[in-house]
Design a protein around this ligand. Structure first.
Ligand code: GTR
Length: 328
């Protein structure tokens, strides 16, 4: 009888324990993505979220909101800074609103190719450089890529002379605006979510971006030519709010950083494939994919790289990037 009582008690107690554990609520952390759910950056965010949940045994639950549901890039940056948003993925060009020197990464043709890009961004020198953001409330969780940015326009562009008088959409980055000027066009800042409309209504004559984004945002419907001049490789990064991060336990912080590193590895391969597939699709969807001689574009912006590096006071870093490029 006593034995039965003890067994019943043990069952009741373990039931209470289980319900208590499962009742322990996960801490919800929101991740805002400006991309459509099938864009590689959005898929990377989903994978990151699932991995954080798994590595923390669901103590943390990262919830990803795609397609600008929680805001466009600049708003996301502000929300990460004030802690109302935990994560976002963003172009470093948009971090120039926080620290102007971040615009260094927008300098045209400073990265020789994809391998040179990855060599630089994973170098301890750049890791150190990015720490400037921490007192501003932003911590880098993972480097992802946005590939090379190229021009897409209503009229064909084969040389910088063809850009004369054109209004080209850029991000709110002084370096991007000045680069368009050096190429003979004018750079017009427009938010990502408003670009389709701006192209459709002729507010701008073109824009510049990577192949996967032309597909995910359907820009091929409202522009005809894609000129693969590959003028910039501006990194995207996944960032976390330091206000949120600093309140987490050490093991939760480690889980986030580990999931972040894994996201970088995943993204690098997935991006490569997505870029290839997207160019194939765009060949069928647009009037022309132009592979121009890049040299005249490079020549047109070479003086600007020097003057902008000086203005931003990043000459030493830019010289290092250009110098290391000789090995690639
Ligand atoms: C995309 C990039 C975004 C943002 C966007 C834009 O390719 O992934 O972070 O830079 O371009 O041009 O606004």
């Amino acid at each position: 009888m006593k034995k039965l009582f003890l067994i019943t008690l043990a069952v009741v107690l373990s039931f209470c324990l289980v319900t208590q554990v499962s009742a322990k609520k996960a801490r919800i952390l929101k991740f805002s993505s400006i991309h459509e759910p099938y864009h590689v950056s959005a898929i990377t965010a989903d994978k990151f979220a699932a991995r954080v949940n798994q590595l923390t045994n669901n103590e943390l639950e990262v919830q990803v909101y795609h397609s600008r549901q929680l805001g466009d890039a600049r708003q996301n940056v502000e929300n990460v800074r004030n802690g109302s948003l935990a994560f976002t993925s963003v172009s470093i060009a948009n971090l120039s609103q926080v620290i102007p020197t971040m615009d260094m990464f927008s300098l045209p043709y400073i990265f020789k190719n994809d391998d040179h890009y990855w060599y630089c961004i994973q170098h301890p020198k750049i890791e150190e450089f990015m720490k400037q953001l921490e007192p501003k409330g932003i911590k880098i969780v993972s480097w992802i890529t946005s590939g090379a940015r190229s021009l897409f326009t209503q009229k064909p562009v084969r040389t910088p002379a063809d850009l004369k008088g054109m209004k080209i959409r850029v991000m709110a980055s002084p370096v991007m605006i000045n680069t368009m000027k050096a190429l003979g066009a004018s750079g017009v800042p427009v938010a990502w979510g408003e670009l389709y409309n701006a192209l459709q209504t002729g507010v701008v004559d073109g824009a510049e971006n990577n192949p996967p984004s032309l597909i995910s945002m359907k820009f091929y419907e409202v522009s005809k030519y894609f000129t693969l001049d590959e003028h910039m490789r501006i990194p995207d990064v996944n960032i976390v709010s330091t206000r949120v991060f600093n309140r987490l336990s050490k093991s939760q912080q480690e889980a986030i950083m580990r999931a972040g590193l894994e996201a970088t590895h995943f993204m690098r391969g997935a991006w490569f494939e997505s870029e290839r597939v997207s160019v194939e699709k765009l060949k069928k969807l647009m009037s022309g994919i132009i592979e121009p001689d890049k040299q005249p574009f490079m020549d047109a912006v070479a003086p600007l790289v020097k003057s902008e590096a000086k203005r931003l006071k990043v000459e030493e870093m830019v010289n290092w990037i250009l110098e290391t490029g000789k090995q690639f």
